[in-house]
Write a protein that binds this ligand. Structure first.
Ligand SMILES: [Fe+2]
Ligand SMILES: [Fe+2]
Length: 179
């Protein structure tokens, strides 16, 4: 039988690893955005390709991570640690905003060819860059604050047997959703 603390640390580690992995990609995306803005036409094709690849990664992996939190983790916290309901509500709102940013970025990427062929690359870049940077800062803030504050405080309120149930639910969800 695991102690409460071992169980808590295990679960925190699983989420922190996912957050760290995503934060590295967020860092790369920020670099790719800056390169797109400052490196000029010669490197544009390469920079667009980098940006597209990373948006694809977020569209699959970050979305899946947030879905797991919304469907399994947050509802579990709502029931077992209700005193944190306002913080969870804030995190749900941030997910909504991150998803909105991702949708906008995908829309802008689809317009890239058309706008650049019409000689409107600067205008396109201005809009895409703002949306991209909002995504970078919001996502970074969200992942860091979930790891640093919420998970530590909330998960530490759960007992070993509750964590066992939560882990099982998460595992089932992730297997079903191919993670
Ligand atoms: Fe989250
Ligand atoms: Fe998260």
């Amino acid at each position: 039988m695991r102690s409460d603390i071992t169980a808590q640390n295990n679960l925190i580690r699983i989420f922190n690893n996912k957050h760290r992995e995503t934060l590295v990609r967020v860092e790369c995306f920020e670099d790719a955005l800056r390169s797109l803005k400052y490196e000029g036409k010669v490197s544009r094709g390469k920079n667009i390709a980098n940006v597209k690849t990373l948006i694809g990664y977020f569209g699959t992996h970050l979305k899946r991570h947030m879905r797991a939190e919304e469907r399994i983790l947050y509802p579990f916290f709502d029931i077992h640690v209700p005193k944190y309901d306002s913080v969870i509500a804030l995190f749900r709102l941030e997910h909504r905003e991150i998803n909105r940013n991702m949708r906008k970025m995908v829309q802008w990427i689809k317009l890239y060819d058309e706008w650049s062929q019409k000689g409107l690359f600067s205008e396109w870049l201005k809009s895409f860059y703002v949306e991209g940077m909002c995504f970078v800062h919001l996502t970074r803030h969200h992942l860091v604050s979930e790891s640093a504050t919420l998970f530590k405080s909330v998960i530490c309120c759960l007992h070993g047997d509750e964590i066992g149930i939560l882990e099982k639910k998460m595992k089932t969800f992730l297997i079903k959703n191919d993670d």
